[in-house]
Design a protein around this ligand. Structure first.
Ligand code: GLC
Length: 465
């Protein structure tokens, strides 16, 4: 009964979302950097995976040892890991043969916008931010086609000038295609004669992308931000770097670029989306160099575990691996808030978003909560509809109630914090920080999952008006 009342009360709270969507249209400008690419979506079924395992004579004990892509069978190891646990990871390769193997063996079902910068640019432009500028280090026609046909959405053309993103064709550029290998909850595959069933729909990403792997920057974009006022900057794209390929130096160089932008735009709000970063040293370099430039960060459960593992919190990381629920994840978030000294940090976990922000952060906790609910509607609409291509797509899920899972996570968090009102208000105070938490709408059979985190983080911040 209590759950019914709670669900009803959150349903009422979510009615604010239509108003928030109008407020977003007042945001003057946002830029997104650095990684834009093309995603090739490929749905792998359990039977196709079983066949690949059998054809390549693979066993679980071999697969468990693999954590990066050096040969095509390593891709299968990545898929097995994510499929069997229902988790999301991205592994990087600098070997073009792997790309060719995927092209030949997988193909794809469809192409869509990829990369944090590209995905966020599309959604923010659709929401009606006056001017959105996306960084692209490669912008051939195929990349341009992944941008929505919107007059407020820009990229940089071959003359280093701003131009409507979907009309740009930098003809010399090569398309950067990443494979997004999706699998469905309940589907199963066979390995070592055993049947393994997927606990949660998710995806494994295999990336060969010579430009984003080297953080190649577009000079026109760099110059533009040095000389124009921008309200929000959404930052990501450090995760494909590798220590062995000069990644640390590239991060340090990027820091100088960021500092210049900050000088030109002292009031710009910089949000960093922490992405799945396999290389430990790169993860550390992001924390040491990029995080201090940002005032806000967004991350999911996996990325939280990854950060704990390099911040000497292996025990907590392991506990979360075993028990991925809100009380432990909150503990981790609080630790990260303090350690990383960010003004705002947001975790988007399955069914629940939690934000911790400083008391004097530029928006109130109520605004943050409203932004988070807007993000829940927009991202679940994306999952329900498969894409966000038209304005009406943004609200396809607006009438859906929040999930039971989300309510359970929120109740568990409120109990742990001994703050009963958190269940209904979503707002609390912990160690002088504002805490905002919302149960989210969940789509049972999502048509797409890739880019959910990027959508959630960017809309949460931008719609906190
Ligand atoms: C990573 C991947 C990209 C994908 C994005 C989604 O940046 O490289 O292919 O679109 O994550 O979040």
């Amino acid at each position: 009964m209590e759950k019914d009342n709670l669900r009803q009360s959150w349903f009422q709270k979510y009615r604010i979302v239509s108003k928030q969507l109008d407020k977003v249209k007042q945001v003057s400008s946002a830029a997104t950097a650095f990684n834009t690419n093309i995603d090739a979506i490929f749905k792998i079924t359990g039977s196709k995976l079983s066949k690949l395992i059998a054809d390549n004579h693979l066993s679980m004990s071999d697969m468990e040892k693999v954590s990066q892509i050096n040969s095509p069978t390593d891709i299968i190891a990545g898929i097995i890991k994510c499929f069997s646990r229902g988790i999301a990871e991205e592994w990087i390769t600098d070997n073009v043969a792997i790309y060719e193997w995927m092209e030949k063996n997988f193909g794809y079902d469809k192409l869509q916008m990829g990369g944090q910068a590209g995905i966020i640019a599309n959604v923010l432009a659709l929401l009606g931010v006056h001017q959105v500028i996306a960084h692209t280090n490669s912008h051939p026609r195929l990349q341009a086609e992944q941008f929505l046909n919107l007059d407020n959405l820009f990229g940089i053309n071959e003359k280093n000038l701003l131009q409507k993103a979907n009309t740009i064709a930098r003809l010399e550029d090569v398309p950067l295609v990443h494979w997004i290998i999706e699998f469905d909850k309940g589907d199963s595959f066979i390995i070592d004669g055993q049947k393994i069933t997927c606990p949660k729909s998710n995806r494994f990403i295999a990336t060969y992308d010579p430009l984003n792997m080297n953080l190649v920057m577009n000079q026109g974009f760099v110059d533009y931000l040095n000389s124009h006022a921008i309200q929000y900057l959404f930052l990501s794209g450090f995760h494909p770097l590798q220590e062995k390929s000069n990644g640390i130096e590239l991060i340090k160089k990027a820091t100088l670029v960021l500092k210049n932008w900050q000088k030109a735009n002292p009031n710009m709000i910089i949000h960093l989306e922490i992405a799945s970063t396999q290389d430990f040293e790169i993860r550390k370099a992001i924390i040491d160099n990029i995080v201090p430039c940002a005032c806000s960060a967004g991350l999911n459960e996996r990325e939280t575990i990854d950060l704990l593992n390099i911040l000497n919190k292996q025990d907590l990381a392991q506990d979360i691996e075993n028990n991925t629920h809100s009380p432990l994840l909150f503990e981790a978030l609080l630790f990260l808030k303090k350690t990383l000294k960010l003004k705002r940090i947001q975790l988007h976990m399955f069914g629940l978003y939690i934000t911790l922000q400083d008391e004097d952060f530029s928006c109130t906790p109520e605004q943050t909560l409203n932004g988070m609910m807007t993000a829940s509607v927009v991202s679940s609409s994306k999952a329900l509809n498969g894409e966000l291509a038209n304005y009406d797509d943004l609200t396809k899920a607006i009438q859906m109630p929040v999930s039971d899972q989300g309510l359970e996570e929120l109740v568990a968090l409120a109990q742990m914090l001994k703050n009963d009102s958190l269940k209904t208000t979503g707002i609390g105070k912990v160690d002088n920080y504002w805490l905002c938490a919302i149960p989210t709408i969940l789509v049972d059979k999502p048509k797409t999952l890739v880019g959910m985190g990027d959508t959630i983080s960017s809309v949460s911040l931008l719609a906190a008006q």
